[in-house]
Design a protein around this ligand. Structure first.
Ligand SMILES: Cc1ncc(COP(=O)(O)O)c(C=O)c1O
Length: 347
């Protein structure tokens, strides 16, 4: 893309803030567990090891006030594959509508299409009228906006979906990265009122533990739905490699590395945000997660160009839906050195 070349041509080199890929080291606790499990000649279980399921349940209880039975945890190969295949795995049929936020990670749309279903981007469920839909995605904290949905809002979505027999799938891959607001899981008692019926929470280790290269996540929630997913995934060969299962359990048991990583992002965000503001951008939402959702009032491509001229590459908001046409998404996932370079170029 030409703007990438423009940013690359900057004498100080490109500062790539266009993708949310982790750049900091994989924590030693993970590498040690991975190495210790390197001799894994047999097939791993699709269901995962009991240790992994216990670790996932322990993490949700400890960090997010969510109580689940470890039996209801199912490992995934990162969360993107689950997002892309969930409508198919749940048996969503052609012609049915899969609902997701107006501004969203593009894979919800992909997943609807893979199932032959109709993607439907809306923030207002009332727009659906009395129509029954099989699946509604929520994503808090949001990619791309960093918006956090309060428990009250999530509770309404859950009530709406339950009345219609819809499944609510909650993509919670940024849940550990709340800044001004505290994200809450769809499985928290304040949201689900004690029942996980029709609910799935989707988690990822990519951001919390710099694990994007390991491909590790899990899904949990309604035991009936998890069993169904397990059944299909077993026969489809969707299993997490055994050494990755061991490393995933190790990072879920450890909070120190996650706190350290959070601090790195907090610092980058604390310098980038005011630098963008001083340069004429307004930051909206962005109360959590790894992105600043920014606008200077012009079209997104003009903003991408203005920043690329300073050697800073960002993502145009329209990648995430038409409603993003006047915004850009600025990732805080670059090294301190690159973030500082961006800050000085914005002066
Ligand atoms: C909202 C959202 N969901 C899911 C994913 C997938 O992450 P992974 O497959 O690394 O778990 C991402 C990645 O950036 C994301 O932003």
């Amino acid at each position: 893309m030409p703007y990438q070349d423009l940013a690359r041509a900057h004498p100080g080199g490109i500062v790539d803030l266009s993708v949310g890929t982790p750049v900091d080291p994989v924590p030693p606790v993970a590498r040690e567990a991975l190495a210790a499990a390197a001799d894994s000649p047999g097939y791993p279980l699709t269901y995962g090891t009991p240790r992994l399921r216990e670790a996932a349940a322990g993490w949700l209880r400890r960090r997010h006030g969510v109580t689940i039975d470890p039996a209801d945890v199912l490992p995934t190969i990162g969360s993107k594959e689950l997002v892309a295949w969930l409508p198919t795995l749940l048996g969503v049929r052609p012609g049915e509508r899969v609902v997701f936020p107006e501004l969203a990670y593009p894979t919800y749309d992909v997943g609807a299409r893979l199932a032959g279903a109709e993607p439907f981007a809306t923030d207002g469920l009332l727009a659906l009228g009395p129509e029954r839909v099989p699946l509604v995605w929520v994503n808090s904290p949001s990619n791309p906006t960093g918006r956090v949905l309060p428990a009250e809002h999530l509770r309404k979505v859950v009530a709406w979906a339950r009345e219609r027999g819809a499944v609510v799938a909650s993509d919670e891959c940024y849940i550990e990265l709340g800044w001004e607001e505290h994200p809450v899981s769809v499985l928290h008692p304040d949201v689900c009122e004690g029942s996980h019926e029709n609910l799935l929470a989707v988690h990822s280790l990519s951001k919390r533990s710099n694990f994007a290269g390991y491909r590790a996540g899990f899904v949990t929630g309604d035991p009936r739905l998890v069993r169904r997913l397990l059944e299909v995934r077993k026969h489809a060969g969707m299993m997490m490699p055994a050494p990755v299962q061991a490393a995933t359990a190790a990072v879920l048991d450890d909070d120190a590395h996650a706190d350290e990583q959070r601090e790195r992002y907090a610092r980058r965000r604390a310098v980038l945000r005011p630098a963008l503001e001083r340069a004429g951008w307004r930051i909206e939402h962005s109360a959590a997660g790894l992105y600043l959702w920014a606008t200077n009032g012009t079209g997104c491509w003009d903003q991408v160009r203005a920043l690329a001229e300073r050697g800073i590459l960002v993502a145009p908001g329209e990648f995430y839906g038409d409603a993003g046409r006047d915004h850009v998404r600025v990732a805080i996932t670059a090294t301190d050195e690159r973030v500082d370079a961006a800050v000085s170029r914005l002066q």
